[in-house]
Design a protein around this ligand. Structure first.
Ligand SMILES: [Zn+2]
Length: 209
């Protein structure tokens, strides 16, 4: 299959942006112990993504590589084990420009302790930080998928949930973490920060009863 070429300057810019955002996310405590992965679309056929197993607190431009939309490495290196969850979003959503995935304390406890297949966030002012949300009077339902470790099967499951109209902004994997996406890295980080904050708030509220 022939892929449309991406520009080197777009790749360099993406690598810089992803390294910076990764260090910022690590600083929030959402990407411990080399976990998590982040990506940016380069064009219709390529994305820049974190290499497997890199310390996100020390992330540099050299820790970013290129994959095609089937998740295969372009050039040297081993991409993140969860690359197919990123490419599923880019293939499915032409306007998706960035994907951020974290392994936070709140998302882990909420999905492990409560067996529900979704988490609902409702009435929070911070929901307005999400793309397309105009009012706090919003109910956001985030699906929770089982952590099957079969990434291709999980990507297919996300696709089916989207067919059913679920997973508009984000989804969770049980005992694992959060995926969220947006048109660009700024909007995606804002959304991630809002969601991680709200998940931590939700956890506190449930603990307080
Ligand atoms: Zn993960």
């Amino acid at each position: 299959m022939s892929h449309r070429p991406y520009s080197t300057s777009a790749y360099r810019e993406a690598a810089r942006a992803l390294a910076a955002i990764g260090r910022r996310i690590y600083g929030q405590g959402w990407s411990p112990a080399t976990s998590s992965n982040y990506s940016l679309r380069l064009n219709e056929d390529h994305a820049a993504i974190t290499r497997s197993g890199r310390d996100k607190g020390l992330l540099e431009e050299t820790d970013i590589m290129v994959v095609d939309m089937e998740g295969a490495a372009v050039g040297d290196g081993k991409p993140s084990a969860e690359t197919l969850l990123h490419t599923q979003l880019y293939r499915r959503l032409p306007d998706c420009g960035a994907v951020l995935h974290t392994h936070s304390h709140a998302s882990t406890v909420l999905t492990m302790h409560w067996p529900a297949d979704h988490i609902t966030l409702e009435g929070y002012e911070l929901l307005k930080a999400l793309d397309g949300v105009q009012t706090h009077d919003t109910r956001l339902t985030i699906p929770v998928f089982e952590n099957s470790q079969d990434i291709a099967a999980l990507a297919a499951e996300v696709d089916r949930a989207m067919d059913a109209g679920d997973a508009g902004h984000a989804y969770l994997i049980r005992g694992h973490g959060l995926y969220t996406w947006a048109a660009d890295i700024g909007a995606c980080y804002r959304q991630l920060e809002a969601l991680e904050t709200l998940l931590a708030v939700e956890l506190d509220r449930r603990r307080l009863g």
